[in-house]
Write a protein that binds this ligand. Structure first.
Ligand SMILES: Nc1ncnc2c1ncn2[C@@H]1O[C@H](COP(=O)(O)OP(=O)(O)O)[C@@H](O)[C@H]1O
Ligand SMILES: [Mg+2]
Length: 260
């Protein structure tokens, strides 16, 4: 039984911007999926329809056999910008992930049950930050902040983890670290994960499966072996852009190895 599926999903903004065009796929529980595509391809829109933040114009999103109609608290999100409260500790930030589950009175008073506190420490442990739990988020490195962001999403006890370019603002080493922790967290909890990434080498290292979007269309769905350099060129440069890609390759030999 697939944990997540998109069924002929089309999303049109403002009557004429087709952000997703008849996209369908099924993702079984626990799979770690990487979403690839140039800017404007529709990656963020795909993640937003999965979270219920955006309604498809046509088609249906199904998570755990139920159609998604509004924002779901069972979906954890990690963004390029970490959105942490910099003056609070890593622990406090991770704890805020429990807010969506706690009742309003508790949230208002920010009194968290013991189990939430345990969940926050457990999640910080998962992302390798248990020793830094008391550290102010504002004093942490970019990679550590993203790991706190992942911990916060884990505290939500999501059944789906979505990450929209979680490592785009990090240097390659920090980016790899963050992806390693995200993957471990997902495997440990059998958490279905979809992460959009621009760094093809990092994508290749961590993805179990790859979805390629271009101009709102799903043009590739396959595993690591299927994701050849030709396929990557097609995703980023299009059918006609291959020559252009080859030209670029001669002037930029590390194309696809680092940030875009
Ligand atoms: N809220 C919005 N209103 C109108 N157009 C949007 C909106 N969000 C995205 N778009 C458009 O939809 C297309 C896909 O955007 P997006 O999903 O953000 O792509 P990506 O995340 O791959 O860069 C782009 O043409 C973008 O300009
Ligand atoms: Mg985007």
């Amino acid at each position: 039984m697939p944990a997540v599926s998109l069924d002929n999903v089309t999303k049109i903004y403002g009557g004429d911007t087709v952000a997703l065009r008849d996209v369908s796929f099924e993702i079984p529980e626990g799979e770690f999926v990487v979403l690839l595509g140039p800017s404007g391809a529709g990656k963020s829109t795909m993640l937003r329809v999965l979270n219920g933040l955006t309604q498809p114009t046509e088609g249906e999103v199904i998570i755990d056999q139920e159609p998604v109609h509004d924002e779901r608290s069972e979906v954890g999100m990690v963004f390029q910008m970490h959105y942490l409260i910099e003056s609070m500790s890593a622990f406090r930030n991770a704890l805020t992930g429990a807010l969506s589950r706690s009742n309003f009175a508790q949230s208002a008073l920010t009194m968290y049950p013991e189990e939430d506190k345990r969940a926050a420490l457990d999640a910080l442990d998962t992302v390798g930050l248990l020793d830094e739990a008391g550290q102010r988020a504002g004093s942490m490195s970019g990679g550590q902040k993203q790991r706190v962001g992942i911990a916060r999403a884990l505290v939500q006890q999501p059944d789906l983890l979505l990450a929209d370019e979680p490592v785009s603002s990090l240097d390659p080493k920090a980016a790899k670290d963050v992806m390693r922790y995200m993957k471990e967290a997902a495997k440990e909890r059998n958490l279905t994960t979809i992460a959009s990434l621009h760094q093809v080498n990092i994508a290749r290292e961590f993805g179990d499966r790859f979805l390629g979007v271009r101009d709102g269309e799903l043009i590739f769905d396959g595993d690591r072996e299927d994701l050849t350099m030709d396929v990557v060129d097609q995703i980023y440069y299009g059918e006609d852009g291959k020559e252009q890609a080859e030209d670029l390759a001669t002037t930029a030999p590390d194309r696809g190895e680092d940030d875009e």
